[in-house]
Design a protein around this ligand. Structure first.
Ligand code: HEM
Length: 128
């Protein structure tokens, strides 16, 4: 279940990017990021980095290691990550234990956002 939840988080990457302001001049791959510059880290892209993840577009719940950045990185890494992980674990465990299936019911309406990558409306039917 751990592997499945982490792969869902990596693959779906609901938080597209995080934003930081640079506190000092910093060299990165031949580019200088100047103090005061705003920088975005595109978690959604990092989570499909072919130098980190083998076959990054494949959904593989057995993927290991799976060092995804869905919860961000560093001091502002998601403080709710353990709670989210526990809730997702419980949710999917119930689906599996009760032998339930979720089926998309109707059209999915996606959120118009470059920040949050997810549906604004998603109806599902719970089937046995
Ligand atoms: C799957 C669910 C979740 C995902 C993918 C997620 C993702 C993220 C990400 C990427 C950040 C980093 C923002 C940044 O670096 O600027 C963040 C921060 C944060 N998250 Fe979550 N989050 C989730 C669930 C939760 C939950 C359940 C809570 C609270 C109960 C929560 C509370 C927070 C807070 C307070 C921060 C700010 C931490 C800080 O700035 O030090 N998150 N989250």
């Amino acid at each position: 279940m751990d592997g499945a939840v982490n792969e869902i988080l990596r693959w779906a990457s609901t938080n597209c990017y995080v934003l930081r302001r640079c506190t000092r001049d910093f060299g990165l791959n031949g580019t200088t990021i100047k103090r005061g510059d705003l920088v975005t880290l595109w978690n959604v892209s990092a989570n499909r980095d072919q130098e980190v993840f083998r076959d990054p577009d494949a959904f593989d719940i057995l993927r290991t290691p799976n060092r995804h950045l869905a919860y961000g990185h560093g001091v502002h890494r998601c403080v709710g990550a353990p709670l989210a992980a526990m809730e997702l674990d419980l949710f999917f465990r119930q689906i599996v234990d009760r032998k339930l299936r979720l089926e998309v019911d109707g059209d999915v309406r996606w959120l118009r956002s470059n920040f949050i990558n997810g549906p604004a409306m998603l109806n599902v039917s719970v089937c046995r």
